[in-house]
Design a protein around this ligand. Sequence first.
Ligand code: MTE
Ligand code: HPA
Ligand code: MOS
Length: 750
Amino acid sequence: MQNRDSIGHVTGKSVYVDDIPEQKGTLYGKVFGSPIAHGILKKIDVSDALKTPGVEAILTAADIPGENQIGGIIPDEVLFADEKVEFHGQPIAFVVAKDELTARKAAAKIIADIEPLEPITDPRIAKEKGLLLFPPNTFSSGDIDAAWKDCFHVFSGQAELNGQEHLYIETQGAYAYPTENDGIKIHSSTQGPTHVQHTTAHVLGIPMHRVEVDVTRLGGGFGGKEDQATAYACMAALAARKLKKPVKVILHRMDDMQMTGKRHPYSADYRIGLDKDYKIVAYEATLYQNGGAASDLSPAVLDRSLFHSTNTYFIPNTRITGYSCKTNLPPNTAFRGFGGPQGMFFIETAIARAAHELNIPAKTIQKKNLLQENDSFLYGQVAKQVNIQSCFDTLNKHDDLDSLQKEVDDFNKNHQLFKKGLAVMPICFGISFTKTTMNQARALVHVYHDGSIGVSTGAIEMGQGVNTKMIQVAAQTFSVSPDRVKVETTNTTRVSNTSPTAASSGADLNGKATQIACTAIRERLLELAASKLNSQKSELSILNEWVYQDNKQTTIHWNELVKEAYLERICLTENGHYATPVVHFNTKTKKGHPFAYHVYGASAWLVTLDCLRGTYTFDKVEVVHDFGNSMNFNIDRGQAEGALVQGLGWMTMEELSYDAEGVLKSNSLSTYKIPDIYSVPKELNIIPLAANGPEPAILRSKAVGEPPLMYGIGAYFALYNAIKAFNPKAPFETDAPMTPEKALMLLYKG
Ligand code: MTE
Ligand code: HPA
Ligand code: MOS
């Protein structure tokens, strides 16, 4: 089935927050952010700004009727700075005016009297000063202290890893207006409508039922709107309630880049031990997560770094400790992979380091240590339906890695100024929210008496195609044409207490809930059909809109069946509730079964490096990815390709740059380079692994949103291998991304 949104997207008809027809009298908000990264906020003078004609109000912390608190996991984040400012761009005031330009002009007249304090941007310095957002966390397995003596080779080092800007095409925004009965309605570009609803209610000091949040779709989220859409929804709602008028806020791109959190940069110390046969015996790492000025989702992101710190390898002895360091940057947040990419980057660094010292290809170590069926992860879960070896085997069948390596070696022998590099990147990603409670979803399904179907779920469409998948689930469960099914907006009054659409679990959780609701209605319809046909329900089924008895078509069509059910006063609506079975995790012992299943895959990256310029082209990427039984291969392949290229951008070109004052210098698209069509590998093959998906995956079609991002890590090490081919003396230094500048420096270093 084609993605339901494609035509709307290419014709410009798809509706985003800024496209919603505005009500008469709509006002526009502009956030006034802190001009410096750290200081004591002594006074805010809005008097001049307020005099600007067209300005209706300027709201600050003093105007909040509820609590000035928006922290999601830990209550440590204010909506508006009151006593201190802790990052450049931190919201201090919200200017509301008759149009956007007026609001902007007025905001420029606000004077914030701030006594500057020294900003900290480096997580290691923050850690030294004892600035942690929350207590450190450690995962361990085996007996690491005893294990080192069994190691034949031990290597240690330090690695730096930069963050990443989400760069969703639609910036953060919200449109809020008062409704009757003391209510407020918010159209928010959020992945978490319930988070918006709950936090807004808290800030406004009203119960959740007064706040209705509605989401049609997002112009991308990538995790950046799991929590961080909330602040702007709160501001619009606060102003709308105060002024009793509709208020809209849409961030300017440069404000969005400056004010919002990103993928967490990390710094790490690692130590890896191997035996004579290159089996990894021990792995220890200390991670310094750059959390920014408030916790936001950092505790959960750090957890996932620990969960994925052994990637797809079995390592018997481990100890990984993570510190979340408080710095004067915007609070960093969810970003596709949610800490997993960082955890996986460091084990790959440790392996590449060992390979470098031992003068063998990293692939030799990678392949020797692949996870096997029934191996335990460091968090205690026993690995089942492990597909990583089959991914490698399929990859080899498609493109023999040894002959590819030989081609690379031959090329490098015959070329002076161009060198090729090859790297292999396997992945293993756990599917489920690591916080067990969040693994639940609901769907509200109506069958209208003309036979058409309306489906509401908690899932947010953000380009990943979840709405199309929901249509497929409903259509397949009823065995009717997908044209009969409409997916409604995501609305907190229809589907409540939603988890954000995140953790790649949107289709699984909401699809299962939809399936449960549709199945319940279908069973009622079949019961009715049985009474009409004087038969047993067990003999009946619906197939392509007709009732079948013992595999023979009857005279009852879907339309008649539904109409008859209505006339007989049978309920044609159902609320399906799904909670992922089996998942559990003990946060004290750090052991359990947190994931419903794992997604596996293997990729091979081939790059050509221009050794005079430091520039490079990716010639080819081969991926064997475990989709399970993909329910929509066009969508899933699109997810794999998009994630892979996003990972490539993170690893090779996207460079966040803050100055010593904590001001983001890379705050526009002219200073922050994301991949474009020219950066995409010339040849990119996504080969689905032939394997059945597990039961908790919707229609056995595995979650696909995040895992392929981590293939991008292969881009970094392919480049590193090309550099080594030119300059065998190049030191092993890890500082991602490998921009052309960094590649050039390494080409001539040592
Ligand atoms: N694809 C598009 N086009 N846009 C997005 O914002 N977000 C990613 C991924 N794919 C995203 C995307 C992230 S971070 C997640 S968690 C999943 O989609 C969420 O959707 P799902 O759970 O339905 O896969
Ligand atoms: N993944 C993504 N988002 C989340 C998670 C997770 O595991 N936990 C809380 N938010
Ligand atoms: Mo995705 S980072 O879980 O929104």
